[in-house]
Design a protein around this ligand. Structure first.
Ligand code: PLP
Length: 493
């Protein structure tokens, strides 16, 4: 290729690639339909079902094609409206009371928009000093919420599962575990621990370590006396007790393990103490929550999910390690192409504290809402969810439902036992009762006004209500009670 031919070709390619950088008018033409779409969605939200069963389950999206030639933004939005934002559960809905929901606050979406447009690099201090400082400022805010000392370091991860994974990798290294120890290393959890913990172990190559399920008390919380006993037994049989994973708000029932008493045990025994507060940790913002979470600040590592209890859109978890040097040790690295990146003494770089190198500027999606709203509304919303759940729990019992232990945070568990499945007072046909409750959950989902999920407790089908969406208020709880009454009337009381 001569130079002229080369230059002509470059010019042609530049012209062809030009649409990737729309000008101001073109940006407006793209932005307006998107903003209209978002506004229409938000304005219709209280009329949209929390769960929408459709015939084709979104399969129509598969007949749209990705092709060489351009298409219109309107056509793309039509596809989203029809096939994506319709079927399945609506995580933005006030009536989403299943699993551990999140909601997705608007100011966080605006933070994401800005983070994406500026595409600030928040991985390494040298590249984005202001962005890295902002990441650290938000970590520091979370650190104070959970009561960790200044020695702590942390990271904005994509989700609780990944944050827990990083914590366990750090705990592994801090304990000096090497491959030859894995089959003797013991991790302590309960039957209520989130499954991402055991999933992480496999991922870390620790699949062969010994897992002990510590006995629960009658409120589904770890029994510290049983934990201490198990550790002693394991030690005397030549095993290597390694880490205790406590739940600060379990997914199933929202139970908080007795953190302070567990910390007594781990301190005495010299074990790493990890707290999975993905769901419950931010309740520390409330007065009552802070009491319930007492002892959390004594853990060695901790996970909280802003995309749950700070109501952020999906994509935000925070991991904290009490003695930050352990987190840094697990992630130390060196690369020739990073030689320009001089570290800042006082501002750790996220890339040095996480497996990620290039990552979204995640702190912005939490920082912007905090700056705009202040902490107050979050505190109030969390306390409101606790009280709503308490109210629901009492009222659903009044409707004749069996209810689990009084909710500590914002999860209530219950089931219905119709008279006809009791041959006598003592004899309940659990197969029938389980089937009845499964049908009840299916009917509620088909109805769509609210969306509840289920779990199994002591082998029995159990319905859960988790109030975690910021849009869930008293009216939604009243609707839920009305739906439950209506459905049990229909299925037979
Ligand atoms: C949701 C949850 C997780 C997992 O977090 P993701 O953000 O969904 O990956 C872990 N532990 C608990 C207690 C949870 O509620």
């Amino acid at each position: 290729m001569t130079n002229d031919v080369l230059l002509a070709k470059i010019a042609r390619l530049e012209a062809q690639a030009r649409p990737l950088e729309p000008d101001a008018m073109e940006r407006l033409a793209l932005r307006e339909p998107v903003m209209t779409y978002a506004e229409t969605f938000l304005e219709a939200l209280d009329k949209l079902p929390a769960y929408h069963d459709t015939e084709d389950l979104g399969s129509g999206i598969r007949s749209s094609r990705i092709v060489e030639d351009p298409g219109s933004i309107e056509a793309a939005l039509d596809l989203l409206r029809e096939h994506v934002d319709g079927p399945g559960l609506n995580p933005a809905s006030a009536g989403h009371l299943a699993y551990i929901p999140g909601g997705g606050i608007y100011t966080s979406a605006l933070g994401d928009y800005l983070a994406d447009v500026t595409n600030r690099y928040a991985g390494v201090f040298f590249g984005g000093p202001g962005a890295v400082r902002l990441e650290n400022l938000v970590i520091d805010w979370v650190r104070r919420v959970v009561g960790y000392p200044e020695s702590a370091l942390g990271n904005h991860a994509s989700c609780g599962s990944v944050a827990n994974l990083i914590a366990l990798a750090t705990a592994r290294d801090a304990a000096g575990l090497a491959g030859k120890d894995y089959h003797r290393a013991v991790l302590y959890l309960t039957s209520q621990t989130h499954h991402c913990i055991t999933k992480s172990l496999r991922f870390l190559g620790l699949g062969e370590c010994v897992i002990r399920h510590v006995a629960l008390d009658d409120r589904y919380r770890m029994r510290p006396d049983q934990l201490a006993k198990q550790i002693r037994d394991d030690r005397s049989s030549g095993l290597k007790p390694w880490v205790v994973v406590a739940s600060a708000g379990s997914t199933d029932v929202g139970a908080i393990d007795p953190l302070d008493r567990i910390a007594d045990v781990t301190t005495q025994e010299g074990l790493w103490f990890h707290v999975d507060g993905a769901y419950g940790g931010f309740f520390a913002l409330t007065t009552e929550g802070a009491d319930l979470l007492d002892g959390m600040e004594r853990s060695d590592s901790l996970v909280v999910d802003p995309h749950k209890t700070m109501f952020l859109p999906y994509g935000s978890s925070v991991l904290l390690v009490r003695d930050g040097k352990h987190l840094a040790a697990t992630h130390r690295h060196q690369a020739n192409y990073m030689q320009d990146a001089t570290p800042a003494r006082d501002e750790p770089s996220p890339a040095d504290l996480s497996p990620e190198l290039t990552r979204p500027f995640r702190a912005l999606r939490l920082w912007l809402p905090l700056m705009v709203h202040g902490v107050g509304p979050f505190r109030a919303a969390l306390e409101e969810k606790m009280l709503l759940t308490r109210y629901f729990h009492e009222e659903v019992a009044r409707l004749g439902f069996w209810v689990g232990p009084p909710p500590e945070l914002s999860v209530s568990v219950f089931r219905y036992v119709p008279e006809r499945y009791r041959a006598s007072d003592s004899e309940i046909d659990w197969d029938e009762v389980n089937a009845y409750n499964a049908r009840l959950v299916r009917e509620i989902r088909r109805d769509g006004r609210v969306f509840l999920s289920s779990t199994t407790l002591e082998g029995r089908f159990t319905i859960r209500l988790a109030a975690v969406v910021h849009r869930t208020h008293l009216d939604t709880i009243r609707t839920t009670l009305a739906v439950l009454e209506e459905m049990t009337n229909r299925l037979g009381r």
